[in-house]
Design a protein around this ligand. Structure first.
Ligand SMILES: NC(=O)c1ccc[n+]([C@@H]2O[C@H](COP(=O)([O-])OP(=O)(O)OC[C@H]3O[C@@H](n4cnc5c(N)ncnc54)[C@H](OP(=O)(O)O)[C@@H]3O)[C@@H](O)[C@H]2O)c1
Length: 250
């Protein structure tokens, strides 16, 4: 049976870990050729092995416009077009408002907002009608967790982009949607805090707030990203789809 993305070309930023990796794996299984990006070379190589086929890794930093240009130059040369962009690369750090520094602000907005914007903008010349752009937001974009102010603001910006870009791209029939995860069990938590027991504490704290009583798995984001990427969602654009076990819904 043909896969849901048979013959499509997909770009997944941050495809060497967590939700990006799970999604790239599923997209490739469903017939797409997937370009994955990330800064860490060893993790990219491991991801290519894990995905197994239909995958090209491009090392790069989404906060550097020249790296994004290099990515799309390769995609153009090898495939000539992009059908799906999952702008997923992102970072989080817990910093209370009193301790926010310029470096923290610039890092988070540089990757989560500027990087995401130019990941999408620079794909546009390669996209045609029917293409799908998926932005990885977060329920943090509309909730208020302590010490999450800058991160949450980056994700509110992401959700806003999906609205305006839906309007910007309507003539071209390119769909833009936000996928907003709740707490998902990925390596991101190891970078958010420093001590191992803090990681477990943080995860347990999040899980306790989820009506379904647990964190989500990266594969549970991948299946929703597949829905938004494929023609199954052909009349869906501009939305914010929460995948959060109900955490921000009740
Ligand atoms: N886990 C959660 O609970 C949760 C909830 C809501 C939203 N999110 C969002 O989901 C997305 C994926 O996170 P995850 O949980 O799957 O975490 P993860 O496993 O840490 O993955 C993050 C990915 O982003 C890449 N990345 C980070 N900075 C980058 C940069 N400057 N340039 C290129 N790639 C970069 C990382 O690769 P390199 O480090 O190699 O660059 C990695 O592949 C993020 O946008 C995050 O904010 C996560």
């Amino acid at each position: 049976m043909a896969g849901k993305l048979e013959g499509k070309v997909a770009v997944v930023t941050g495809g060497n870990s967590g939700m990006g990796l799970a999604t790239a794996k599923l997209f490739a299984k469903e017939g797409a050729h997937v370009y994955i990006t990330g800064r860490r070379k060893a993790e990219l190589e491991a991801a290519v092995k894990e995905i197994g086929r239909n995958v090209t890794a491009v090392q790069g930093d989404v906060a550097k416009l020249s790296d994004i240009d290099r990515l799309y130059a390769l995609v153009k040369e090898k495939h000539g077009r992009v059908d799906v962009v999952f702008a997923n690369a992102g970072v989080g750090e817990l910093v209370p408002i009193a301790d926010v520094t310029e470096a923290h602000f610039d890092k988070l907005f540089g990757i989560n907002v500027k990087g995401l914007l130019f990941t999408v903008q620079k794909a546009l010349p390669l996209m045609a009608g029917g293409a799908s752009i998926i932005l990885n937001g977060s329920i943090a974009g509309y909730t208020g967790s302590p010490a999450f102010s800058v991160y949450s603001a980056t994700k509110a910006a992401v959700r806003s982009f999906a609205r305006t870009w839906t309007a910007d791209l309507k003539e071209r029939k390119i769909r833009v949607n936000t996928l907003s995860p709740g707490p998902i069990d990925t390596p991101i938590f190891e970078t958010v805090v420093t001590e191992k027991d803090q990681v477990e504490q943080l995860k347990a704290g999040f899980a306790a707030q989820v009506p379904l009583g647990r964190m989500g798995r990266p594969e549970e984001i991948a299946t929703v990203a597949l829905f938004l990427a494929s023609d199954d969602s052909s009349f869906v654009t501009g939305i914010d789809l929460s995948v959060d076990g109900g955490m921000a819904q009740v």
